[in-house]
Write a new protein. Structure first.
Length: 38
């Protein structure tokens, strides 16, 4: 069963911040994280 997910503006901002943090050490991992999370 697939449930709908809505991403709030704050959650979107948090995902961006996490991606930026990960990218400081590994840009490929940051892209993979962001793609998997969205």
């Amino acid at each position: 069963m697939i449930l709908p997910i809505s991403i709030t503006p704050q959650a979107s901002k948090d995902l961006d911040n996490l991606s930026d943090y990960i990218a400081q050490n590994n840009s490929d991992a940051a892209l993979q994280f962001f793609d998997a999370a969205t």
